[in-house]
Design a protein around this ligand. Structure first.
Ligand SMILES: O=C(O)C(=O)Cc1ccccc1
Length: 311
């Protein structure tokens, strides 16, 4: 039963739901809206859902910290897919509301940096309140709790609202990245355009500790696409690092970098290797000389021959 259910950050009418519906398999799954990212991920942990789609990163605001923190702690989970969605907001109101009537406005906190300038210019009098998601903001306007919500234009119909203004985005080409998260299992096979996510805890505090971590990737020609520090909760100055690296755990250079980290760091959590959204294998940057699987194999064969006296 749970194998057919995918949870997502709800309620209906979130960008997350739109992102989920872009996955071909969503058509054959029961899509279950959850009230928060932790609730969606708990549904996966307790087996009531096979997977959950949650927002993880935004091109304007950076990491969605609730998601990063949920993946960093608790029962391990794994990322199997990512979805990129272009985000533009509409200002949704109950029919008849005009701009000058709007005293309160709501949306997900990650929406605020994307609409701040527009709001200062067009709604300087309005007070901002955070909602659990952009879909939830629309629902709260329907209930009369707020005068307006920034949400996807598609949410208007679902909640009987009107898009008073559309195409609101302070930054051109704003995108949000979502991840499909499940319980740990074998990652899908490499596609040639993959990404590997890990969380790394530094050991004792010393000069160059972060550089040592980064060197494990750098010396093997592994490009990093994201590095985000998050407090471990163990006091000021205690951080772990969420890192996205180009490549798949079954690529030798990536596997060797992870082994290097495992040797020098007290804890490394593998969060998955999965296809990069919107990137074809021919668009991936060429490998640095000496870092292909064949070159790693040739070098370890050479070492074995020397160790055996067969050189
Ligand atoms: O999916 C939603 O509607 C969300 O609330 C998450 C979110 C927040 C900001 C931009 C895109 C998605």
């Amino acid at each position: 039963m749970s194998a057919t259910r995918y949870a997502y950050l709800g309620p209906e009418g979130t960008f997350t739901e739109v992102a989920l519906r872009t996955l071909p398999e969503a058509a054959t799954r029961e899509l279950v809206p959850m009230v928060s990212v932790p609730a969606a991920l708990d549904a996966v942990r307790n087996g009531t859902a096979a997977a959950a789609l949650v927002p993880i990163e935004n091109s304007v605001e950076g990491g969605i910290t609730t998601t990063l923190d949920q993946l960093t702690s608790g029962e391990p989970l794994m990322i199997y897919r990512e979805v990129l969605l272009s985000i533009t907001f509409a200002l949704l109101v109950r029919p008849g509301t005009e701009l000058s009537d709007i005293k309160t406005v709501t949306a997900h906190p990650a929406a605020q940096p994307q609409v701040r300038n527009w709001m200062a210019a067009h709604l300087p009098q309005a007070v901002w309140e955070s909602a659990a998601s952009n879909g939830d903001g629309a629902r709260l306007v329907q209930e009369g709790r707020y005068d307006a919500a920034f949400a996807g234009e598609f949410a208007a119909e679902r909640y009987g609202l009107e898009p008073l203004v559309t195409e609101i985005h302070d930054a051109e080409n704003a995108q949000t990245r979502f991840v499909l998260v499940g319980r740990p299992a074998r990652p899908s096979a490499p596609t040639g355009a993959d990404k590997t996510s890990v969380v790394i805890w530094l050991g004792d505090d010393h000069p160059g500790a972060l550089l040592e971590l980064l060197q494990e990737f750098a010396v093997r020609g592994v490009n990093l696409m994201l590095i985000q520090s998050r407090p471990t909760g163990a006091g000021i100055g205690n951080y772990c690092f969420a890192v996205d690296a180009e490549g798949h755990i079954s690529d030798r250079r990536v596997g060797e970098a992870l082994m290097g980290l495992k040797r020098i760091c007290p804890n490394v959590r593998f969060l998955g290797s999965y296809p990069r959204a919107g990137v074809a294998p021919e668009d991936v940057r060429p490998l640095r000389a000496g870092t292909s699987d064949a070159e790693f194999t040739e070098a370890s064969d050479w070492l074995a021959r020397n160790q055996d006296g067969r050189a």
